[in-house]
Every structure is written in C-alpha cells, then in structure tokens.
Design a protein around this ligand. Structure first.
Ligand SMILES: [Zn+2]
Ligand SMILES: [Zn+2]
Length: 300
C-alpha cells in the first residue's frame, strides 16, 4: 500500500494559533476591556504548551497501541484514497462525540477534561486550554478505528484535522454561521453553549465537527438570545496556576473517595459516576440542575 508523507499539522498551525490569539485579543480589548483577561489567556496558553510537551510522551504509548491493533487485528485494509478520508472523517467524529460525551458524564474522564472548561472567558485561547493527563487514556475511545482497518497515519491525521477544526469555533466574534452550516456543523454558537455553566446549557453539544451527533443522540441545545451564556464551571476554580488547573479535580475525586465513610463500591463510584454524584444521594447532577431550571422557568 502507498503510504503518503503527511506532516504534523498541529506543529505547522502553532504560528497561526499565536497570531490569531493576539489579533482576537486586541479586537476584544478594544471593544470592551473588561471582557479581556491577560492572565486567563496566559493560563490557557501554558496549558496548551504543557499539553504539547506531555503528549510527546503519551503519543509513544498511543502510537504503539494503535499500530499494534492495526498490524494484528484489522478486519480489512483501507487504502489511502479519497473515500477513505471521507469515511475516517465520519468515523473519527463519531468516536470523538462519545469520547467527549463520556468525558462529561464520568468523573474519571471529567477530571482531565475539566481543564478545557475551567476558563470563565471564551476566546481562541480557550481552545488551547488542554488537559495534561487525558493523553494517556482518551485514545481508548478511538481503538475501533485501527481494528476496522484505517491506517494509523490516517487516524492521527484526521484527529489533528478535528482539533484544528475545533480551534476557530472558540470565539464570540462570530454570532451565527449561515443556517445550513449551523444545521450540519459545529459552530461558535453551538460550542458557546457547550462551555456554558447555565443549567440549560450543561452537558450539551459534545460534537467535534458535525453537530448531527448531538441531534441524533439527544444532547443538542440551541444558543438562545434570552439565555446569555455564562462561561466556566458550576463552581469555578478561580486560579491561573497551571498546576492547580491540571490536577485539582483529580485531588477532589481522591478526597471524595477516601474521606467518605461508605462501601468500597460506592468509593469506586466517585470515579465512574457523573460529576456532582454523592454516595449518600445528596448530589446534584447536570440533568437534575437542568430539570430544576426547566421546571422553574415553566419550560417543562
Ligand atoms: Zn467539553
Ligand atoms: Zn471547547
């Protein structure tokens, strides 16, 4: 099989990331200085740089596992042809949806993904606010791809394309895209909802490239004019320290698990159940918060 030469797209995109973060920052600051926070941007950038460095190590493990599965267990051999790129785009985006959804619905995965949601601002730098720990296990959601028969290089290239696509949607400067585009693709409007801490917006719009998955699996929420997005977490961490941003939720899970006077299974459940779950039944999950809000606002 002919294997093409494909460069690391993310490394090539770094100068573009830096330039657009600066330009957008100037535009936001000129419009409304209170809407810009340099410390927040620097915290996001340090999370992005840390992610790149740590991924150099985790990538070794990921490449080994994906290549091993492809070499030994692939069902068919998919060549590097145009329709294969189309298929891998759809298959990877499907895997991404479930990876992202479970990253919100299971606290073990949330502990690494929370980093991306920890800013109370929403701009291009927020896209670069990435986990330092997820690289070691998030790839498990994609293992079906090498088993189907997609070449590892094709999979990693598509994962980079997905990441690049998701960069531009982290902005408030674009209100809505054309109607047909909003219907099919993930957009700044859809993803603003995803970053919202408003009860109505919690755990909605997990899509990567195609918003269709959320509509299909019942997690879609339109951005409403009357419900302005409040960015961040339901309880914000109020720090710009990258180490705290990277690890705070891990510490909280272990504290919850070890300090609770309950059975081993319930202690373990702190890692598996959704964020907000408590062993004594007093916890509020995002679904409870949304239902409560809908009832209060007479929308149920
Ligand atoms: Zn998310
Ligand atoms: Zn995001």
């Amino acid at each position: 099989m002919q294997i093409p030469q494909i460069p690391n797209l993310i490394l090539y995109a770094i100068p573009f990331f830096v330039a657009t973060v600066i330009i957008e920052g100037i535009v936001i600051y000129k419009k409304n200085p209170t809407n810009y926070n340099l410390k927040d941007t620097l915290a996001s950038l340090s999370m992005g740089i840390g992610n790149l460095l740590i991924n150099m190590i985790s990538k070794i493990l990921v490449v080994l596992v994906v290549t091993f599965l492809y070499e030994n267990f692939r069902l068919i051999t998919i060549p590097f042809v145009w329709w294969a790129w189309l298929l891998v785009l759809i298959a990877d985006d499907f895997c991404y949806y479930w990876f992202h959804r479970i990253s919100h619905e299971s606290r073990f995965f949330w502990a690494s993904h929370i980093v991306h949601h920890s800013s109370q601002k929403y701009n291009l730098s927020t896209a670069l606010r990435q986990t330092w720990t997820g690289g070691f296990f998030s790839f498990i959601f994609y293992l079906v791809l090498p088993i189907i028969g997609f070449h590892p290089l094709m999979i990693f290239t598509q994962m980079s394309i997905s990441l690049l696509y998701q960069y531009w949607i982290h902005t408030e400067l674009i209100h809505k895209m054309p109607h047909w585009f909003e219907a099919i693709f993930n957009t700044p409007s859809h993803h603003r909802v995803h970053h919202g801490s408003n009860p109505l917006y919690l755990d909605r719009n997990h899509a990567g490239i195609f918003i269709i998955w959320d509509k299909l699996f019942g997690t879609f929420q339109e951005e409403l004019e009357e419900e302005k997005v409040v960015y961040g977490l339901t309880s914000n961490i109020k720090t710009y320290n990258p180490i705290v941003i990277a690890f705070h939720e891990w510490i909280l899970i272990f504290q919850d698990a070890f300090r609770s006077k309950t059975s081993f299974i319930k202690k373990l459940s702190y890692f598996i159940k959704p964020p907000g779950w408590k062993h004594n039944g007093t916890g509020m999950l995002s679904n409870d918060l949304r239902k409560e809000w809908l009832l209060k606002n007479r929308k149920l």
